[in-house]
Design a protein around this ligand. Structure first.
Ligand SMILES: C[S@@+](CC[C@H](N)C(=O)[O-])C[C@H]1O[C@@H](n2cnc3c(N)ncnc32)[C@H](O)[C@@H]1O
Length: 456
């Protein structure tokens, strides 16, 4: 589980964040206020930010969006103008952005579907040199790889170039570019911990800049991954991680990130309870749903079925494990997934009409559970609905025996080990200002209790 907002003893600057309509989530616009809420929650002082709307809606629209955002939060958001060199308006757009205080240029050849070569990008580099703006580029193994920028860097050596993600999928290419050229840097988001360590050794810290790709990933999500040493999907899993042995029983303490690749195998056991929970929620057109501890999106996927994949409501799934989020199949347009901690939600007060927490709360320590309930109440509108799904006391002797065995093995520790720990949410919901409206018990699959409560 992610740690609470870190009390950093230095100013954190995140060089890779976004607002706007993000690819795959275009019906959900991530606002500047939401980003600043996220920065506050995580102790980030300043963020270089571009607008995803530049690629999903149009470059001009995105440029205006990011400039307005930076004018509203000048101390927190540093605008990057997203340039698509094949957009006929890019030059006018970029000049205006530079005049209005843009701090750099964002390039995303993959999303904007152009080749990384001299012909495509020479004019942009010339512009960057003339206006003294750094370029931040999404780089990734294959057609968008870091070394493809070498002819441009050699022709325009004054331009500072930040290679986002080190060079996703092949970080060594990013490291070699940053080693070869004095004004080329690598950025940490998505980079495996091993790559960052290698980069530190080969380049030194001044060539490595910190970024999260927020809201896709956030500081806590990245920190949780890095500190757990969980390898990214692009590297083969390392054996034995997260498994410790102590005492007579092997105390298997996997993290959610570790079980992520196999998590969906047990989803059939959740199915009946999730169907009950979604029917209790009874979402209506235009309503916004927050799914806390969404994992691989089981509850939201259950919701999507009857709606034939394009529901009229808007959904945000948050989870502290970026690895769990990565194992989620693609979602409907208009749905967002955000790596965030349920104890410090990156959303404004009263942002949602409905919320869900399925198979989450009983796995948490009491204090964490309380923190999550306080946050859920805050972001729900008055009279907003919360549905909680939790494991219930099994009806059969065999079921009770299994729960007892799991409890002995895990010694009741929170996290994955508490996944089968029965817990009735009603009392704590009432304590946190929710009025329980309806309860359903489900015997198929995991014995479960689904509780619908209204925010008072
Ligand atoms: C048992 S899984 C449930 C996933 C999903 N809701 C489901 O029904 O399948 C619990 C999830 O909660 C996430 N989680 C644990 N603590 C969290 C926290 N403080 N904030 C956000 N997510 C958290 C874990 O990463 C994990 O994905």
């Amino acid at each position: 589980m992610a740690e609470a907002a870190a009390p950093f003893r230095f100013d954190v600057i995140d060089v890779h964040t976004h607002i706007g309509c993000l690819p795959g989530h275009v019906h959900y616009g991530y606002t500047a206020a939401e980003l600043v809420g996220r920065l506050d929650a995580e102790g980030v002082r300043f963020a270089l930010t571009s607008s995803g709307s530049s690629t999903t809606v149009g470059q001009r629209y995105g440029t205006r969006e990011i400039l307005v955002a930076a004018e509203r939060f000048p101390d927190r958001i540093g605008p990057l103008v997203w340039i698509n060199p094949y957009d006929p308006e890019w030059q006018a757009d970029a000049e205006e952005a530079a005049d209005r205080g843009a701090l750099g240029i964002k390039l995303h050849p993959k999303l904007d579907t152009y080749r990384v070569d001299f012909d495509s990008l020479a004019d942009v580099f010339a512009f960057a040199e003339r206006r003294q703006l750094p370029i931040c580029a999404h780089v990734e193994a294959g057609d968008y790889s870091a070394e493809l920028y070498a002819p441009l860097v050699e022709r325009y050596p004054a331009v500072h170039l930040v290679l986002y993600h080190f060079n996703f999928g092949r970080p060594i290419a990013g490291i070699l570019m940053a080693r070869r050229y004095p004004r080329v840097y690598v950025e940490t988001c998505f980079a495996p911990r091993e790559a960052i360590e290698a980069g530190l050794g080969l380049l030194g810290p001044e060539k490595i800049v910190f970024g999260t790709d927020a809201p896709i990933y956030t500081l806590l999500g990245e920190a949780a991954q890095t500190s757990h040493g969980v390898r990214r999907t692009l590297l083969p899993p390392r054996r034995g991680r997260g498994v410790t042995f102590s005492g007579r029983w092997p105390a298997v303490l996997p993290t959610w990130s570790l079980v992520a690749p196999v998590y969906d195998l047990q989803l059939p056991l959740e199915r009946a309870a999730l169907a009950a929970a979604t029917s209790l929620l009874d979402l209506r057109d235009g309503e916004r749903l927050l799914d806390v501890g969404t994992g691989t999106g089981a509850l939201v996927r259950a919701l999507a079925k009857p709606a034939l994949g394009r529901p009229p409501w808007r959904t945000v799934g948050i989870d502290s494990s970026a690895a769990m989020l990565r194992c989620m199949p693609s979602w409907s347009a208009g749905w967002a997934r955000v790596a965030a901690d349920g104890r410090a939600l990156p959303f404004a007060d009263s942002s949602f009409e409905a919320a869900a927490a399925s198979y989450l709360l009983h796995t948490l320590k009491t204090a964490d559970r309380h923190a999550v309930l306080v946050e859920v109440k805050r972001v729900l509108r008055p009279a907003g609905r919360l549905v909680v799904v939790s494991v219930a006391e099994p009806g059969s002797a065999a079921g009770r025996g299994l729960v007892h065995l799991v409890h002995r093995v895990t010694r009741g520790r929170p996290g994955v080990g508490a996944g089968l720990q029965p817990w009735d949410p009603r009392q704590e919901l009432e304590q946190h200002g929710f009025a329980v409206r309806s309860v359903r018990r489900v015997g198929r699959g995991y014995p479960s209790i689904c509780v619908l409560a209204d925010r008072i």
